[in-house]
Ligand binder design. Structure first.
Ligand code: 3PG
Length: 200
């Protein structure tokens, strides 16, 4: 479900009132998708507000570490769930609720566990620390059925090289939302241009 965007902005809101301007800016920049991290207390409210204000946007929850957090995220309207690692209870809940789950897997053993659960798209995190594109190429050779979403340390400068590899479903990152909403709109526009250039 994330392939169609190519890039997933990963955003942690410190205040609920920051959510709508930033999400609106991403939409205006042509990137109507965001992963809102459950790293702050207002994450749930931000997802709820975003879903209501931008019904055509695809809004997911990130840094979901437990089944309880996953249930909270789904209650808020999260359309996909991301974890930094693989969580059995989150996987089960997502399967039950028919929601796309993107767990972080960085080793062959973790990938095999996710595969056994029927998952074929995985977050590769933190991508820059675990070997970047060359690690993904090596893993993809062993797991041809898998597609990866590298996240962590990816930037506008490295986006194209990741997207050029056909085993990359999409790329995630917070670089898009580092500045003001106006900055994010421009960053989104540039990222969308790169996606089109690389994928045609
Ligand atoms: C995540 O949890 O996906 C990361 O915080 C995003 O990584 P980045 O900030 O290095 O882009």
């Amino acid at each position: 479900m994330l392939e169609q965007y190519g890039v997933i902005p990963v955003v942690t809101f410190r205040r609920e009132e920051d959510a709508l301007p930033m999400l609106g800016a991403l939409c205006a920049g042509g990137l109507p998708v965001a992963e809102i991290c459950f790293r702050t207390d207002c994450a749930k409210e931000c997802i709820e507000a975003g879903r209501k204000a931008f019904p055509d946007m695809c809004i997911g929850a990130g840094t979901v570490l437990s089944g309880a957090q996953c249930a909270d995220a789904l209650a808020a309207g999260a359309q996909f769930i991301v974890s930094p690692g693989y969580s059995e209870e989150v996987a089960l809940l997502c399967e039950e609720r028919k929601v796309f789950y993107l767990p972080g897997c960085a080793t062959p053993t973790e990938i095999m566990r996710a595969l056994a659960a029927g998952l074929t798209t995985l977050k590769f995190f933190p991508a820059n620390v675990y070997g970047g594109l060359s690690a993904i190429r090596a893993l993809a050779a062993a797991f041809p059925q898998m597609r990866f979403v590298p996240t962590g340390g990816v930037s506008e400068e490295t986006l194209a090289q990741y997207l050029a590899f056909d085993k990359i479903a999409a790329v995630g990152g917070s670089w898009l939302v580092k500045g003001t909403p106006a900055d994010a709109e421009e960053a989104a526009r540039r990222a969308v241009r790169i996606v089109h250039e690389v994928r045609g």
